[in-house]
Design a protein around this ligand. Structure first.
Ligand code: HEC
Ligand code: HEC
Length: 250
């Protein structure tokens, strides 16, 4: 019968393939480090073309023009580029959210380049699925709502335009929390740990599509409430929703 031999042949084929695995591993490692080596020249040429005029070819900044990027790490670079805040057109402009000029892989390569030359931490990330919505609501209320308003709609400014959080991704939330862009304070891991970050990101994303149990209407209010009465009614409704969620998730 052919099946036995067939099996044995197949077995030896498998063994041969297995024997090749370490070799393939070596090859892949080589490729990966090749790819890594490719990211840095790309990062460098993008940096030199779009950032160096203000931040300097050596990343040390230029007095009165732009700050040094030595030691800032990957987080602030990713944040500024993925939210389109950099490159600024004019050093006097306040950075605001705009369409990014780079795609995600270009952003990663510029961040890798800045970190390779200037040092500093890797970029923080957030995993909303691993966070708790009720904890996120509580932490956002305590640490962020004073500026961004409880529904993340931005608004009242303290010498600065506080942005609506309707577009920020989970990672951008984490990056903003760790770096504190412009007048926003930054929060260390002792103040807000990774679980807190995940939870806040989850809450920020949730504010865009809350379950409608009682929260109806609040979304029409906009950044500056048309009527303070409507505002309080909405806020009250949100607190009820939050409590319901809190009980469900607790
Ligand atoms: C026209 C000048 C200009 C250009 C071009 C520019 N920047 Fe900036 N950059 C600034 C200024 C001014 C600030 C400080 C902004 C502030 O005070 O909020 C800044 C801040 C930053 C920060 C925050 C630094 C910190 O200490 O937190 C990062 C990161 C950054 N820029 C990255 C870049 C990258 C990457 C590019 C190129 C894609 C770039 N910038 C292009 C002027 C510029
Ligand atoms: C003192 C006021 C203040 C507090 C408190 C504050 N922020 Fe901010 N936040 C700002 C300002 C101002 C900006 C815009 C900075 C800039 O344009 O460079 C900002 C920007 C952001 C952004 C970027 C939004 C975008 O779409 O580009 C995120 C995300 C963010 N904040 C999240 C938070 C979270 C989460 C907290 C609480 C842990 C918080 N902020 C606390 C003032 C504040």
């Amino acid at each position: 019968m052919r099946s036995r031999r067939h099996h044995r042949r197949r077995f030896s084929a498998v063994a041969r393939v297995l024997a090749l695995v370490p070799l393939a591993g070596l090859l892949l490692c080589g490729l990966a480090s090749g790819a890594h080596a490719g990211a840095l020249p790309q990062g460098e040429s993008l940096f030199d073309a779009h950032c160096a005029s203000c931040h300097g070819y050596d990343l040390r900044g230029r007095r009165g023009v732009a700050p040094s990027l030595i030691g800032v790490g990957a987080g602030p670079v990713k944040f500024y580029l993925s939210t389109g805040r950099m490159p600024l057109a004019n050093p006097q402009d306040e950075p605001v959210r705009e369409t990014p000029i780079f795609d995600p892989s270009q952003i990663r390569s510029v961040a890798a380049y800045v970190r390779a030359i200037g040092g500093g931490p890797i970029a923080p990330t957030a995993d909303p699925a691993a966070g708790s919505l009720s904890l996120g609501f509580k932490l956002f209320d305590e640490n962020c709502a004073g500026c961004h308003s409880i529904v993340g709609r931005g608004g009242i400014a303290i010498n600065a335009q506080v942005p609506d959080l309707g577009q920020a991704t989970a990672d951008e939330v984490a990056e903003a929390i760790r770096m504190g862009p412009y007048v926003m304070p930054h929060f260390s891991t002792a103040q807000l740990d990774q679980h807190d970050l995940n939870s806040i990101a989850r809450y920020v994303l949730w504010t865009r599509h809350p379950d409608n149990a009682g929260g109806v209407g609040i979304y029409n209010i906009g950044p500056i409430p048309e009527g303070i009465v409507a505002w309080f009614v909405g806020l009250f409704a949100l607190v009820i929703v939050a409590r319901l969620i809190g009980e469900r998730l607790a």
